[in-house]
Design a protein around this ligand. Structure first.
Ligand code: KG4
Ligand code: ZN
Length: 339
């Protein structure tokens, strides 16, 4: 089954063709990041307008690069939640029009389920069940993936998502938006023990995460340095911040793995591109004898190939249950991954 997938939940307009959930025939991503950089973050209305402009050419290219015609597509998948509502609506409405015109099934996909499925593309042997840490700009969850379409959230952030914390801390350090990747690069040059930052815990919820205290600590530390007329060593602040975030993510995820008995760990979402996080998980999983998967860099951030991968499994489960999506499908700014 060859699925044409569309992703427009934030600031990337993406379209891909994926065969049987695992083989990417084409994947096009048009990023708007340069425009949003001017404002230090994503401006929702600008995002929606850029999606409206980009979606047709991006989709055309994806079909061409797959060496197909639109008529040869077997289904149309689209991210319908969660995300910026105006941005999501562009993709959902476009996908509906396409499904209607082609008379093909419409397959709604949850964005975070898609991030997890990025790993199915990279690792043909990977199958549920496993434990997954999803860390992106909008979400930080520890999830038991029982099956391709059955999920149980066992830990979540109480405040900021990990990527959001990276971006806000990066902004305070003077890096451009989105700051995660700049912190990652700067951290390699810095001294991770130079600045003392707190490691927040969440009482009575061992798998839950919290980043806002850490972010505030970075902002306060920078403010204090300025007041004392001292210069900020941004590389070392980046390294100290990254060390704290990585430690929290690794500790909570490994505790959850121990308690649930999962031997396979999967990382997903934009923050799983972080080199410090990947390295720390590799080392700890090696010591504990756990099997670890994380996506190649090009599949960590938002893309449509991951949506096409998950869509294959959603279609199978929806058609078996006799509940395929109708053309009345709507978009949702927030929606649990558990469905
Ligand atoms: O998954 P994603 O592309 O979009 C959402 O669904 O939110 O995640 C974007 C987030 C941003 O906050 C970005 O700064 C962060 O992922 N990110 C990173 C790295 N690359 C992207 N954070 C830390 N280190 C990186 N190398
Ligand atoms: Zn995402």
């Amino acid at each position: 089954m060859r699925i044409l997938a569309i992703e427009s939940s934030c600031d990337e307009t993406a379209c891909a063709v994926v065969e049987d959930g695992r083989k990417v025939l084409s994947s096009i991503v048009a990023s708007q990041v340069e425009e949003h950089q001017l404002y230090g973050g994503v401006v929702p209305e600008i995002a929606s307008r850029r999606h409206v402009e980009a979606i047709v050419p991006v989709c055309r290219r994806a079909v061409e690069e797959a060496g197909m015609t639109l008529e040869q597509v077997d289904g149309v998948a689209v991210t319908y939640a969660p995300g910026l509502i105006g941005a999501l609506l562009v993709g959902v409405n476009f996908a509906k029009g396409l499904a209607l015109a082609l008379d093909k099934p419409l397959i709604p996909v949850h964005h975070i389920r898609g991030h997890i499925a990025a790993n199915y593309i990279a690792f043909p042997e990977l199958k549920p069940p496993f434990l997954c840490l999803v860390a992106s700009g909008g979400h930080s969850h520890i999830i038991e993936v029982a099956d391709y379409t059955r999920f149980k959230v066992i830990g979540r952030t109480r405040d900021d998502a990990a990527g959001e914390a990276f971006d806000k801390a990066a902004r305070a350090m003077g890096f451009p938006y989105p700051g995660g990747v700049y912190i990652d690069q700067a951290a390699k040059r810095g001294d991770e023990r130079k600045y003392k930052l707190p490691l927040p815990k969440v009482a009575d919820a061992p798998y839950d995460l919290s980043f806002s205290g850490l972010k505030t600590a970075v902002i306060n530390a920078i403010h204090n340095l300025r007041q004392k007329g001292e210069t900020l060593d941004a590389d070392s602040m980046a390294a100290s911040f990254q060390r704290a975030v990585v430690q929290m993510l690794v500790e909570r995820t490994l505790l959850a793995a121990r308690d649930t008995g999962h031997k396979t760990l999967v990382l997903a979402g934009g923050v799983s591109a972080n080199s410090g996080l990947r390295e720390a998980f590799k080392n700890r999983c090696g010591e504990l004898g756990l099997t670890l998967y994380f996506p190649p860099l090009e599949l960590c951030g938002d893309n449509a190939a991951m949506i096409g991968a998950q869509a294959y499994y959603e279609y199978q489960s929806q058609s078996q249950a006799g509940r395929l999506a109708g053309l009345a499908l709507n978009a949702y700014a927030s929606l649990s991954i558990e469905g």
